[in-house]
Design a protein around this ligand. Structure first.
Ligand SMILES: Cc1cc2nc3c(=O)[nH]c(=O)nc-3n(C[C@H](O)[C@H](O)[C@H](O)COP(=O)(O)OP(=O)(O)OC[C@H]3O[C@@H](n4cnc5c(N)ncnc54)[C@H](O)[C@@H]3O)c2cc1C
Length: 474
């Protein structure tokens, strides 16, 4: 059966594989109430937060143990049926879509903390625990897990997308923070990669191969992460600027002189307006940087003074401080809600989100032309960015019924990505490739690298059952 094509000329077409009825019977026999074929459940698992639609999976299995994951995959392998791992469903590039049919394997019930080792600064968790659940559970230990992609994503999903977010400028991304994995492979076997040791030279780095593999090489069933001591002092500030360029130049200089800032988020004037309405705030309607400093009380003060000086040189004004935890939470919650604020600003719209990342020295070049193009397009949009990393997101708010708007937004995305790649950057800093960025991956890495990725996929998943049709066509 041919599935409806993803709309928009820049997106791939896809066709579904047949699902044998005996497979669904076997699944139902093995999993009973842990398996659902209800349409509402299938639909909920057959989409993500992105803008592309596909028919839902044929069933959803709710795994509660590594054994469950193994058995679901072994059955899928026997019948050559696709399996799409599912965490919290917050991905944005079509990662969860059953583009070749198959089943969704929801691991959100596997949400236990298996061990906390504060002496070694590590924690081992099951994949379904969300980052907020993890931090809530360990808050009394004096440690925290810093990776913060805004959404309350699962650790398994964050591992699979190599997520980052607002804290990455100081603490790194999932790439730097996953130490070890337990993984169920495409044959249903269990393997372990990495250890709790801080470093290792033991053979191929399989942990790093799996981090960012988008559920195409295995299902993570245990994940060991680095922890960090809660900072002694934290302070946050907002600063408004006369232009996006002034804000960006402030960030570039801050990073180039080595200020260890913990968070530095750019919010354009459109986002400020949307956030003000949605979160009932009264932020100045100008481009803005939202910053956070971590360290000792003296260190935090020094960092903040340095950034304040730099901001002053670029016309930054109204440096406002948020010292109390509740005020900081309110500001960063408003930032994290920027996406939902934007979607609410145009009722019925879908958001096409971009995610480019460039070397910090090229941030202004990459961003400002994209701002001009978005302004000229007349499509409502917002711009936010983890700009300390050179990472930024435009969200184009399109009428889902208008193929013209979708094509124009995809064109803007295309131009933005080409520009980012042209200055030595990447088509995705943190959201991943999914199905939306396949062509861009090839543009970025060239045919040879994509062929090597395909060869790895073929070797590790010869029946192509693990989240097929993602990252590259296969
Ligand atoms: C408002 C909003 C803001 C966001 N901001 C950011 C941001 O700042 N930074 C950022 O990095 N991302 C951001 N994202 C994207 C999203 O939160 C991340 O991609 C997140 O890492 C996905 O986690 P999840 O648990 O929702 O995974 P899902 O969406 O459920 O799955 C994502 C991918 O991981 C695979 N997967 C899930 N669990 C496993 C597992 N156990 N083993 C193997 N594969 C698995 C899935 O098959 C899929 O390919 C944002 C999303 C939204 C909606």
């Amino acid at each position: 059966m041919n599935a409806p094509a993803a709309s928009g000329s820049l997106l791939p077409e896809f066709a579904q594989r047949p699902i044998p009825p005996e497979f669904l019977q076997a699944l139902s026999q093995r999993f009973g109430a842990q398996c659902s074929t209800a349409m509402a459940v299938r639909e909920q698992h057959g989409r993500d937060e992105g803008s592309i639609a596909a028919p839902p999976p044929s069933a959803v299995v709710f795994a509660e143990s590594t054994r469950d994951v193994q058995d679901a995959i072994a059955l899928a392998s026997q019948y050559a049926v696709p399996v799409i791992p599912y965490g919290a469903g917050s991905s944005l590039e079509g990662h969860l879509l059953a583009v070749q049919g198959g089943i969704s394997l929801d691991v959100s019930r596997m949400n236990r903390i298996l061990s906390v080792n504060t002496e070694d600064l590590t924690v081992t968790v099951q994949p379904g625990i969300t980052r907020k659940q993890l931090n809530e559970a360990i808050k009394d230990t004096g440690f925290f897990f810093p990776i913060d992609p805004g959404a309350d994503a699962s650790i398994g999903g964050m591992t699979a997308t190599r997520a980052s977010g607002t804290n990455a400028v100081r603490y790194g991304t999932m790439r730097e923070n996953v130490l070890a994995l337990e993984l169920v492979t495409a044959s249903g076997d269990v393997i372990r990669t990495g250890t709790r040791a801080k470093k290792s030279s033991a053979g191929y780095d399989l942990t790093r191969l799996i981090v960012g593999s988008e559920g195409t090489l295995g299902v993570a069933t245990e994940i060991t992460l680095k922890l960090y001591p809660l900072p002694e002092a934290v302070s946050a500030a907002i600063c408004s600027f006369p232009s996006i360029e002034a804000a960006v130049r402030t960030v570039i200089q801050t990073i180039q002189i080595g200020v260890p800032i913990a968070r530095v988020e750019l919010i354009d004037v459109n986002s400020v307006r949307m956030v003000n309405t949605y979160s009932k705030l009264e932020l100045r309607e100008e481009p803005m940087l939202l910053m956070e400093f971590h360290g000792s009380p003296t260190g935090v003060k020094e960092q903040a003074e340095m950034v304040q000086d730099i901001a002053g040189e670029f016309g930054g004004n109204a440096f406002e401080w948020a010292e109390r935890p509740e005020d900081r939470t309110r500001l960063f919650t408003a930032r994290h809600n920027a996406y939902f604020a934007a979607v609410a600003s145009r009722p019925g719209c879908r958001c096409i989100t971009t995610d480019a990342c460039v070397p910090i020295s090229r941030l202004a070049d990459a961003l400002l032309d994209s701002v001009r193009e978005a302004d000229e397009s007349a499509i409502p949009y917002f711009l936010v960015g983890h700009v300390g990393d050179g990472n930024f997101h435009f969200g184009y708010l399109i009428d889902p019924e208008s193929s013209d708007e979708r094509e124009r937004a995809e064109r803007l995305n295309h131009q933005l990505v080409e520009r980012a790649i042209g200055v030595g950057g990447t088509c995705t800093g943190e959201h991943g490739v999914g199905i939306h960025k396949m062509q861009f991956l090839r543009d970025e890495t060239g045919d040879g690298a994509v062929e090597m990725m395909r060869a790895i996929k073929r070797a590790l998943d010869p029946k192509n059952i693990l989240n097929p049709g993602k990252i590259f066509a296969l």
